[in-house]
Design a protein around this ligand. Sequence first.
Ligand code: G4P
Length: 559
Amino acid sequence: MSASTTSETPGAESGPGTTAAAGTTGAAASAASDSPGAAEVRGEADRRRTFAVISHPDAGKSTLTEALALHARVIQDAGVTHGKSSRHSTVSDWMGMEQERGISISSAALQFEHRDTVLNLVDTPGHADFSEDTYRVLAAVDCAVMLIDAAKGFEPQTLKLLDVCKQRGLPIVTVINKWDRPGHDALGLIDEIGERTAMVPVPLTWPAGIAGSFEGLIDIRNGRSVKLEAVEGGALPAREEPVNASELDPTEAELWETAEETADLVVSSHGGFDRDSFRAAELTPVLFTAAARNYGVRQLLDVLVELAPPATARTSSEGVVRDVDSDFSGFVFKVQSGQNASHRDHIAFMRICSGVFERGMVINNARTDKPFATKYAHRVVGRTRQALETAWPGDVVGLVNAASLRVGDSLFRGKPVEFAGIPHFAPEHFVVCRATDPGRYKQFRRGIGQLEHEGVIQVFRSDLRGDQAPVLAAVGPLQFEVAEQRMREEFRAPVKLESMEYTLIRRATEGVDTAPQAFRGGEILYRGDGEAVAVFADRYKIAHFTESYPKVTLSVIGS
Ligand code: G4P
């Protein structure tokens, strides 16, 4: 890779009507002449819906993912639609630990097509301990589907992730799942959604039958009612049959009448759907499903296609709008190593924000100001990869051999752009990490650095502790297990982790020099980029600290 291959022309951002790759030089220059025009880029961006499913573990996220893929045409079939029994070894469980525990740590994207619209479903880890990963994924999507178990309502992890979506202003589609099982009353759930989300809940489908006897659905938008029947235990899309009132026996007729009356009641009390309010995250459309039977899944796909926002312009950290048809740009929201045991590689997952991505293109990294060759670009789900030639705004690309890329990096061609970095999630667990074999200190440093860049754990240092004993911080303790295992197996630098009493962290924005590095129940630590934080054992220690050192300004991380 020579520097000449990427001598971009600053200020050469293409305006509407010019080719997306105009103004670029170097390795991809030959491709630029027949690169798609701005209108094509806009068209492709417009038919993309990039979303994530957020839920508490066990609400049915994996089942719903499979059901969505089953209904849509999977553009890239990477072992997703093969049923629950094989799922845990086919989708994203690439680390031994994931296989052992049946949990999914890695995030990848699944792409499928429904009614000429491309849906990018970005996978989020199932375990609450990896919510930091989920947090990053939420920076890369344009919409979230919040999945609720009809019998459990809002659970802690759902609420935590809902909070993150709200902070990001993400539009949210609410799905009440497992309606085929006994659960709460539908009206009660609608009220709960309103209270918990502070958004107006507007049902778009309404179930015929209470939770536990799911007979069919009323499509509130067009008034059509369909009876549902599971086919081959959920291995095929559910059979849908229009309800014909004259053919119903009295009990059935009553069931549908009640459903229609209740649906009318809800609509008249909450109002109808309003696209602007949904996009502004002031209103949440609500749908009912039984993902395991494929009930209501087609309706959810229709709602995503018709109502969810397409990939649109993103604003840089300096407030400059980068239109989708501008030169290529994207950002890294996830970095992963060791997916392939035979090649110890790094994959950076990039969300495309503008322009067209063509494999082989040389792109610039805004942080390092260095070029990056995209010879190995893939769609990645778990261990499976497919070479990817072209991708558009909203798509997720896995860049292989991406050791130089970090979470939050902005990548571009043409006019430079830097998107706002992905904020950290506040860790609640802290350990001191030491190499057990002092002879492998070099590997120890390299490993810790790599895990930090990938965002596997957060790393802090202080003069007091020295470089040999960094503090690792995590949102959930399983993150430490991943770090420990990778240090041992991948970097051959086994570590010893000593737990610390801290549970709270604050950013120390000003006056940090006026406080000692260590104090009762806390200490000051620094990230690699120099940001100072203060960690505390409990709330009382924070109160005591602010009283003792009033010149230090503390702020909450992740809000
Ligand atoms: P998660 O990814 O959110 O953790 O949940 P997952 O899809 O693994 O689903 C958790 C359990 O809930 C699974 O049962 C799954 O089959 C069941 N489930 C998901 N959606 C529905 C639904 O709409 N109706 C019903 N009745 N069950 C649903 P399991 O017992 O763990 O596995 P399995 O033996 O059923 O495969």
